[in-house]
Structure formats: structure tokens, C-alpha cells
Design a binder for this molecule. Structure first.
Ligand code: GDP
Ligand code: MG
Length: 254
């Protein structure tokens, strides 16, 4: 399992997991890596057992695992070229919903640039929980305007289906986001999920840049704005050290 972390599509293992993960997930600004590639911070959420890790691992390593420890919360990096734009890195945090990680979850919810909410078509409870994850993101971010993709996984298990495609589409319409039915087992629609999310992040970024350009000519930052910004920066730095420490401890326990 360990050697599948941080694998890029050219097969290069990053080998610098702690610093890159903590820096990229906790830093709330858009970011480039040492090679100057844009890094997109993506968080995958959903009930345990819906296939978050299977979908992520299919995306980064083109393999399906029958078993993946449900308590493992880890991040993976995948290099990709999407829509003829320069090569970029998708930094994916595969969450595991452990209670003791709640404070940290709030933090990466704040810092993620795009979210995937995943449920299983065989598990109605996981579908209901998808709404809770969406509420959580909205509560933490104080906005509904966050790049998001809703994923209904395990479509290969049609005979066990409990949630219809129409219900999934209706929920995505309610969220105002894209919807995919996937099978991690068959590698169906897996790339589409991640690529669509990056497109959404880019779209939002462009909208923001355009609106900033319009307003910056009119608006001068107040001293209070500057103070708040400084406070936020030092908060991020403190959290970054905590985050790195927790991951380090967890990894040495494994
Ligand atoms: N048939 C089938 N099984 C899947 C699929 N995705 C995940 N699984 C299985 O569901 C179980 C839970 O998957 P996992 O990725 O660990 O779920 P997580 O807790 O959300 O990360 C594992 O036994 C996986 O092999 C899928 O698309 N089809
Ligand atoms: Mg998992």
C-alpha cells in the first residue's frame, strides 16, 4: 500500500509525503509545486465502505483493491494534462472519517479547492449521508459556491442497487453540481470525476480573477482586512505543524 502513495502518472513516487501534504492541504491559497506545476487540492468525502479509496486508487494507480483498510486516511498525487492546459498535479486527500480527526477535517474542508462526495448505489444510508457531507462543507466554507462532484459508486453491482440514477441526478441538481455513476471495480467514469472537478475549480478561479480585476480598481484594503489576513496566515502555519505531526505519528504507527 505504502508504495502507491504520491504516485504520478509517469510513475514517480514523491517520497516527501508529509511536507507536501501538510503544506498543500493546509495552505488555503492556490499553489504550485517545485517544478512549477499547479497543484489542485481535492478532498474525497463519504460514508465508510462506499469506495472512496478504491476510486482514488483506480485514478492514481489503475488498480482495484478488494480490501483497503477503512481507517487509512491518506493523500495521493497524480499528474495530469486536462484540456490541453499545462500539466498539473491533483493532490487528493482520501478521508476515512475517524472521530479523532474531526478538528483536522474542519481544516481540510476549509482548505480543499474541490470536493468529491461519494455514496454507494447499494447503500441508501450512504446516499442520505451525502447530504450531510454537503451541509458540512457549506457550514465550514460559509458558501454553496464550492467546486463539487457527486459520485454514485459500485454501478457494477446492479442487482444490489438501492439508489436509482434519477435520485442521484436529483440530488446533484439540488447541490448544483455534476453527477457521475462510477465503478471503481471496472474503472468506469473514474477519470471523468477528477477531470470534471479540476475544470470546475478552474472555472471558479477564472470567475474570481475576473471579479477581483473589476473590484481591485475600486477597492482599497482596510487596516482591519489586513489584520484579519495576518491572523489567518499565522493560524494556517500553526495548523500545518499539527497536521504534519499527526500524519507522521499515524504513519510510524502503521
Ligand atoms: N463491486 C465493487 N466493489 C467496490 C467498488 N468500490 C469499492 N468497492 C469495495 O468496497 C469496499 C470498500 O471500499 P473502500 O474503497 O475501502 O471504501 P472507503 O471506506 O469509502 O474508502 C472494498 O471491499 C472495495 O473492494 C466498486 O466500484 N465495485
Ligand atoms: Mg478508505
Amino acid at each position: 500500500m505504502k508504495n502507491q502513495k504520491n504516485v504520478t502518472n509517469n510513475g514517480i513516487s514523491n517520497g516527501n509525503h508529509n511536507e507536501i501534504t501538510s503544506a498543500s492541504i493546509i495552505n488555503n491559497k492556490s499553489q504550485t509545486n517545485r517544478a512549477g506545476l499547479r497543484v489542485y487540492k481535492i478532498v474525497i468525502l463519504g460514508d465508510g465502505g462506499v469506495g472512496k479509496s478504491a476510486v482514488t486508487l483506480q485514478f492514481v494507480s489503475h488498480s482495484f483493491l478488494d480490501y483497503h483498510d477503512p481507517t487509512i486516511e491518506d493523500s495521493y498525487q497524480q499528474q495530469a494534462i486536462i484540456d490541453n492546459e499545462p500539466s498539473c498535479i491533483l493532490d487528493i486527500l482520501d478521508t476515512a472519517g475517524q472521530v479523532e480527526f474531526t478538528a483536522m477535517r474542519d481544516q481540510y474542508m476549509r482548505c480543499g479547492e474541490g470536493f468529491i462526495i461519494c455514496y454507494s448505489i447499494c447503500d441508501r444510508h450512504s446516499f442520505q449521508e451525502a447530504q450531510e457531507y454537503r451541509k458540512l462543507i457549506t457550514r465550514v466554507r460559509l458558501t454553496e459556491d464550492i467546486p463539487l462532484v457527486l459520485v454514485a459508486n459500485k454501478v457494477d453491482l446492479q442487482s444490489q442497487r438501492k439508489v436509482s440514477t434519477e435520485e442521484g441526478k436529483a440530488l446533484a441538481a439540488q447541490f448544483g453540481c455534476h453527477f457521475y455513476e462510477t465503478s471503481a471495480a471496472l474503472r468506469c467514469n473514474v477519470d471523468e470525476v477528477f477531470y470534471t472537478l479540476v475544470r470546475e475549480i478552474r472555472k471558479k478561479e477564472l470567475q474570481k480573477t475576473l471579479s477581483n480585476e473589476t473590484s481591485s480598481s475600486e477597492k482599497v484594503r482596510s487596516p482591519r482586512d489586513k489584520r484579519n489576513n495576518n491572523n489567518n496566515n499565522s493560524k494556517w502555519l500553526r495548523l500545518r505543524s499539527i497536521f504534519a505531526l499527526v500524519f507522521k505519528r499515524k504513519r510510524s504507527n502503521n
